[in-house]
Design a protein around this ligand. Sequence first.
Ligand code: 2YC
Length: 274
Amino acid sequence: MTRLLEEDMHGVGEKLARYDQQLQRMTGSGLAGIAAYSVDRQPEDFLPLRDKLTIGVVPVSSGQGIITGFSQTVQQIIGFLGFSAFVTKQKDVGGLAEAVSNGAQVIFLADDDCFAAFHLAGGKVVDNGEATGRGYAAALALMAGGLEGKRTLVLGAGPVGAGAASFLLQQGANVSVYDIDSIKTERLRQLMPAVKAVNELDRALAACRLVIEATPAADTIKKKYLVPDMRIAAPGIPVGINEQCQQLISGRFIHDVLEIGVASMLYAVLSDEC
Ligand code: 2YC
C-alpha cells in the first residue's frame, strides 16, 4: 500500500468546497452523493445521523510514524460532510481511550498497513481500500450515466481494485481486470468469477472507455488511449496518468489522495443506521 506524504495533505481541507463542485460538474453528485451511492444510499439518508454522532480520529505512531496533517485532513473531510469530528490530542492507545472517553461513536485510525473506520456500538469495521474502490467505482458510474452492460476495466487487483470491481459488477457492468502480477488477477477472478482477467494492458485499454486506475504505478495510461469518450477514476497513488495527460482528459478524470476514500468509509460504516 502506498504511504502518503506530508505534502500530499497540503491544501486538501481548504480545497474541499472547490473539489466538491468539480465532482458535481463531472458526475452530477458531490462528495456526499458519490459516497452515498457507493453504499446504495441517498445523501439525505445520512442527514439525521449528523447531530447524533461524533467521530474521533486517532494519530498512530507505529511503524513509519505519524504523517503530519493526515489525521487533521481526515477530520476535515468528515467535517465537510456535516459530521462532528475531532483529532485526539494523544496518539495510539491513549488516543483511542481519549476518543472513547470524549464520546466518539465512530473512530478512524491508520497504521502503515491498515486504515480503518470502527463503529463501536455497531461492531462494524470498514477498510479504506475496499471503501475507496467502491467510492471511485460509484464516481465512474455517475460520470458514465450508469454502467449496465458497459465494458469497464480495472487496473490493479489489490484491495482498492477488488472493491471497485465488486461495485462495478453490482452495477451490471462487464468487468475486466488487469494486474502486472497475474497471480493477483487470478486470485481476484476466483473471488469474483464474473470478472474477466486480462493480461494484455494495451489491448485492454484500447477496448475500454471506462477505467478504474488503482495501481501504485505512475504513468500507467499513455496518451494514445485518452480518446474523447474515455473516462477514468483513479484512486491509485501515485496517480497513474501524468500531468500532460490529465490536461487532455480534464473533466473526465477523477483523482484525489483521501477525499472519496474517507467519505466512502464514513458512509459505509454508518450505512446500517439508515
Ligand atoms: O498519521 C498517522 O496516524 C499515520 N499512522 C497514518 C499512516 C497512513 C498510511 N497509509 C497511507 O498513507 C495510505 C493512505 C492513502 C490511505 C491508505 N494508505
